[in-house]
Every structure is written in structure tokens, then in C-alpha cells.
Design a protein around this ligand. Structure first.
Ligand code: UD1
Length: 417
């Protein structure tokens, strides 16, 4: 099993390029199912989750090919196997995103129910309820969601809570429905808007994505398109937090400040200076960070996917901070590992109180999920001596070449097994 070995204590300095967004790429790849022609996707990040999604689509019958410019072409003219098996869904919950497109185009889908997950229960009831509102018949059989419909019918759907992949699944399903669908209490995440832009490039009629009311006028069919995935705001935020925690500076090319508002605001509150242009963001720290409180909530508030990284920064900040996690019920597992490096953190329910310490000390730690891994890497970059982060397969699900990119910024980090 691969590990990362980090010699900490070096402030990050330099420039890196941000990759395409994992959470936009995954639904966009699934959108290929909606069209009996080729969808070409550019700026796909090289990540394990993307490979898993391509494997799943390939197993269904989608023809996947890589072109000379590293774009991926997906041709779903024939999709004979309309199944997402347990073996793949258990490794990547986002596999649920094939459900809406399969029912919309083929009137049938069998998708394994994702089980619980390290960070919480994560049910998919809103996906199911929404598809039922669009006229699908859904049965749960032997751990699988079995959905059937002759043609979906546009409907008004009020989501009981804000769900990102739930909104995306229903938005994709509605593109081919008969009539108009209105999704209320939709997720505002920029990745939802990126998916909508891709769908519209394919001939769909989606309005309002990026607001909490999305209207989809169903069309009879979609067409070939070429689409470039947006930059990854969580990867961007992770590098910015790492630069701030190590007392360094970083310039991110290909990054968008407009979708990083809450993260940039927190890093500025922690004492860093941030500048940005149309496709770059630069952060310069001014000494030791100052502790900042944060409460996670759906976009545009502070993202749960940045909570662990901010906790690593707070662990070495001046003062005490309170971090409240409101999205997932068990997303503080990194706290125990950060404590092994010398952090002072008390967790009670969904609240963590972090008392900044003068220094962390390198130790052996274990990654428990994707963003927890990123927080351990940040802590390792700050800590004195050597930190060994084990189980980094979690990290490879969501960060492209992280050790190379951090190496470019002067970090002493290497992969070992
Ligand atoms: C997406 C992101 C993930 C991020 C999360 C929250 C992708 C591929 N993943 O995950 O990185 O951490 O948004 O920003 O985009 N819920 C229900 N019923 C449902 C669906 C969700 O109760 O049917 C609950 C979940 O348990 C959770 C909350 O709603 O407590 C938000 O989850 P959701 O937005 O659906 O997360 P994902 O879309 O799975």
C-alpha cells in the first residue's frame, strides 16, 4: 500500500496548475449516457474516481477513447448493460449518478444501493423520491435500486434537503422527460452549474442551475458536444490552506476565485493576503496563521470538503477555534490523527474545538477518507521532522499528482510503498 513520506517545516513557495474538478467531471461523464452520439470531455483530472467512472461506463457498453490531446470521448450509442454493480458502487458512491441518465434514455436501470460511508450514513432517498416524482417505478431488490419508466414526465420536485448529486441526477433525468421539471431547493454548488452548461451544450434546456430553483424543459433527444470541465475548487482551496499553514505563498494557475469565496474569506481572516485574476489565485501568508471559526454548510457557505484542511491550519494557529460540521455526521476522524502529531483538539458531536499549538511533530498517521488525507498532508508539511501518511489510496481518489505538485512548491515529499 502506498504511503507519503513528508519532511515538514518548509514553507511552500511557487506556482502550480489546478486540475479539472472531480465533482464536476463525474456527473459530466455520466451525462454521456443521455446521448446516442459522442460527448468529448476535456480537462478531466487523472484520478482514481475518474478511472472508476470510466470503467463503470465501459462495462455498460459506452465506448471510451482517449484522444491525442488527452480529451476523453464517450460514445453511448449502445448501452446494453444498464447496471452499476455493487463492486464498483462500494468503491465510489458517485456511481449513483448513472441512475437518472439510464432511466431517462433507456427507461431502465439497476444501480447498487450505496452503503454507509466512513463520514456518515449518506442515504439516497432524495434521488429515489425525485425519480418517482418524474414517473419512474422504483423497487429495491437484493440491495439494488431497480428503476423503470416508459418515458419520464416533467414534474415539480421539492427536495427535502440540499443534495449535490441528488440535484444532478434529477437534472440529468429531466433533460429527456416529457414536459417541464422544476427542482426546488436545488443545490447551488458550481459543479451543478458546470453540469448544466455541459447538458445545454448537448442541446438540453436547463435554466437556473447555480440557484435554488432549476427549470428543465425536456427535449426529445440530445446531441454530440465537446465540453471542458471547470477547475477544482477543493484542490485549489487545499493548496491555499497548505500555503497559509506552512507560512508560505502560492500562485494557482487555472483557478477561479469567484467559486472560492468562503474559503478565501477564512484564509484572509487567518491573516493571509489573497490576490486573484480571471484564472489565477495567489496567497501570501504574513507569519503564523490566526485561529478562525468555521461552520460548514451547502454552497456558497464554507464547504465540508475543506473542513479537515482548515482544521490542520487551525492546529498550528494563534488562538482557539471552533469548527462546526453540519453536512456529515462523522467527519472528524482526522482529529484523532492530527492529535497524534501533537494537535490539541476536542470533539463533541459535530463541534471540534481546536487550540493552536506552537508546533506539530512528525509521526505515522493513517488517512481515513479523501479530505481527511489532505489535512494530514498539510499537517505533515507543517510538522517538525518526518510524517508518514498511510493509506493514501484515499488521496489518489481526488488529488492529481499531489506529491509532484507539492514538490513543485518546494515540499520534501515522496511516495513510498
Ligand atoms: C457531494 C460531493 C462531496 C461533498 C458533498 C457535500 C460529489 C461527487 N460529491 O456528495 O464531495 O462532500 O456533496 O458538499 O459531488 N442526503 C440525504 N438523502 C439523499 C442525499 C443526501 O439525506 O438522498 C444527505 C447526506 O447524507 C448529507 C447531505 O444530504 O448529509 C448532503 O449530501 P449530498 O450533497 O448528497 O452529498 P453528495 O452529493 O453525496
Amino acid at each position: 500500500m502506498d504511503k507519503l513520506v513528508i519532511q515538514g517545516g518548509i514553507p511552500l513557495s511557487g506556482a502550480v496548475r489546478v486540475s479539472g474538478a472531480k465533482n464536476a467531471a463525474l456527473p459530466i461523464l455520466c451525462a454521456s449516457i443521455l446521448v446516442p452520439e459522442t460527448l468529448r470531455v476535456q480537462n478531466l483530472p487523472h484520478l482514481r474516481d475518474v478511472t472508476t467512472m470510466l470503467t463503470l461506463l465501459g462495462q455498460m457498453g459506452v465506448e471510451v477513447s482517449l484522444d491525442e490531446k488527452l480529451g476523453v470521448s464517450l460514445d453511448a450509442t449502445r448501452v446494453e448493460h444498464r447496471v452499476a454493480p455493487y463492486e464498483l458502487v462500494k468503491t465510489m458512491r458517485a456511481s449513483i449518478l448513472v441512475l437518472g441518465p439510464l432511466v431517462a434514455r433507456f427507461g431502465e436501470a439497476r444501480v447498487s444501493l450505496p452503503g454507509g460511508c466512513a463520514i456518515g450514513q449518506r442515504p439516497v432517498d432524495q434521488h429515489i423520491k425525485g425519480l418517482e416524482a418524474l414517473g419512474a417505478q422504483i423497487e429495491i431488490e437484493r440491495g439494488y435500486i431497480h428503476a423503470r419508466a416508459s418515458r419520464l414526465k416533467g414534474a415539480r420536485i421539492e427536495m427535502d434537503l440540499v443534495t449535490v448529486t441528488g440535484t444532478e441526477n434529477l437534472m440529468m433525468a429531466a433533460t429527456l422527460a416529457d414536459g417541464t421539471t422544476v427542482i426546488e431547493n436545488a443545490a447551488l454548488e458550481p459543479e451543478v452549474a458546470d453540469l448544466a452548461n455541459c447538458l445545454n451544450a448537448m442541446g438540453a434546456r436547463v435554466n437556473g442551475a447555480g440557484t435554488d430553483v432549476i427549470t428543465v424543459h425536456g427535449v426529445d433527444r440530445l446531441y454530440a458536444a465537446d465540453y471542458r470541465v471547470m477547475p477544482d475548487r477543493i484542490e485549489s482551496g487545499t493548496f491555499l490552506a497548505a500555503a497559509a499553514a506552512t507560512g508560505g505563498g502560492v500562485r494557482l494557475s487555472g483557478a477561479r476565485a469567484d467559486i472560492l469565496g468562503a474559503v478565501i474569506a477564512k484564509l484572509c481572516e487567518a491573516g493571509a493576503e489573497v490576490e486573484h485574476g480571471e484564472d489565477w489565485v495567489a496567497l501570501q501568508s504574513r507569519g503564523k496563521p490566526v485561529a478562525v471559526n468555521a461552520r460548514t454548510a451547502p454552497y456558497p457557505a464554507f464547504p465540508t470538503d475543506m473542513q479537515a484542511q482548515l482544521m490542520a491550519l487551525n492546529a498550528v494557529a494563534d488562538g482557539t477555534s471552533v469548527i462546526t460540521e453540519t453536512i456529515f455526521e462523522n467527519r472528524f476522524m482526522h482529529a484523532q490523527e492530527l492529535k497524534r502529531l501533537g494537535a490539541h483538539i476536542d470533539v463533541e458531536g459535530n463541534i471540534a474545538v481546536v487550540q493552536g499549538v506552537e508546533r506539530l511533530q512528525g509521526a505515522r498517521v493513517m488517512a481515513t477518507d479523501l479530505r481527511a488525507s489532505a489535512s494530514l498532508v498539510i499537517a505533515g508539511l507543517v510538522a517538525e521532522g518526518e510524517t508518514l501518511v498511510d493509506r493514501i489510496y484515499h488521496l489518489d481518489r481526488g488529488y492529481e499528482c499531489i506529491e509532484e505538485k507539492l514538490g513543485q512548491l518546494g515540499a520534501r515529499i515522496k511516495r513510498a510503498n
